[in-house]
Design a protein around this ligand. Structure first.
Ligand code: MN
Length: 203
C-alpha cells in the first residue's frame, strides 16, 4: 500500500488544529540501515502499549493492552490499529480531551529491528509479505526490548469480529521470566518521565 493511502485513516480520525500529534505531511527521510520500532504507553480510555514497526514508510501499529513481555510463555493480545506516520515515533505528550485517543503518551522504548521471517526452506520472507501472511518474526534492538519476537494473526476479522494478533517472545538468550511492565511506573526512554509527570498530574 502506498504511504499516502496508508495514512488516510490516521488523518481522518484526527483534527490537526487540535492535537499536537504529527500530520505526517513530509515523508521522513528513511535512513539507510535497519528499520525502526517504537513502543509508546498510552493512558487513554483503557491503558495500553502501542507497538509500532516501520514497514514501507509508515509505522504498522498494534495496541497491546498488557504490553510486550520478555517471557516466552506470555501470549500478549495485540489489536491492529491504523498505520501511523514515521514522525509519530517522536510523539510524547498529551492528546487533549475530546480528541481521538485522548490521554497521555510516553515513548517507552525505541530502536531498530531485523526481519527474521523465513519460509520452510529457510529463505527470508520480506517483512510486509510475512505480515500479509499473518506471521512475522523479528529481532528487536531497543533500549529495553531485545531479541526475537513474533507477531501472529489469530483472528482474521472476516467474521465481523475484530482482527487480533498475539505478540510473543522467542525463547532465546534475551528471554526471562519477569516479563511485564507496570505502565504507571514506567519511564520514557526520551525524557525519563512517567505518564503522571508528562500529564502534569504528578511531579
Ligand atoms: Mn494508542
Amino acid at each position: 500500500m502506498g504511504r499516502e493511502r496508508a495514512l488516510k485513516e490516521y488523518r481522518r480520525r484526527r483534527d490537526f488544529g487540535r492535537t499536537a500529534e504529527p500530520e505526517g505531511e513530509d515523508a521522513a527521510a528513511t535512513p539507510d540501515g535497519e528499520p525502526s520500532f517504537v513502543v509508546q504507553i498510552h493512558d487513554a480510555t483503557a491503558m495500553h502499549f502501542d507497538f509500532r514497526l516501520e514497514v514501507d514508510g509508515v509505522l504498522r501499529s498494534w495496541a497491546v493492552p498488557k504490553g510486550p513481555s520478555a517471557d516466552p510463555h506470555d501470549k500478549r493480545l495485540a489489536m491492529p490499529t491504523e498505520d501511523h506516520p514515521l514522525e509519530y515515533r517522536d510523539f510524547e505528550g498529551v492528546i487533549e480531551s475530546g480528541e481521538y485517543g485522548a490521554g497521555t503518551v510516553i515513548v517507552w522504548d525505541e530502536g531498530t529491528y531485523r526481519n527474521l521471517s523465513e519460509d520452510r526452506a529457510g529463505r527470508e520472507i520480506p517483512f510486509a509479505e510475512a505480515l500479509d501472511h499473518g506471521h512475522a518474526s523479528f529481532r528487536l534492538d531497543g533500549k529495553k526490548l531485545h531479541g526475537g519476537y513474533a507477531l501472529t494473526r489469530v483472528r482474521s476479522g472476516d467474521d465481523g469480529g475484530r482482527e487480533a494478533w498475539l505478540l510473543v517472545k522467542h525463547a532465546d538468550r534475551s528471554a526471562h521470566g519477569n516479563g511485564g511492565t507496570d505502565p504507571h511506573r514506567a519511564r520514557s526512554t526520551r525524557s525519563g518521565r512517567t505518564l503522571g509527570q508528562v500529564s502534569g498530574s504528578a511531579s
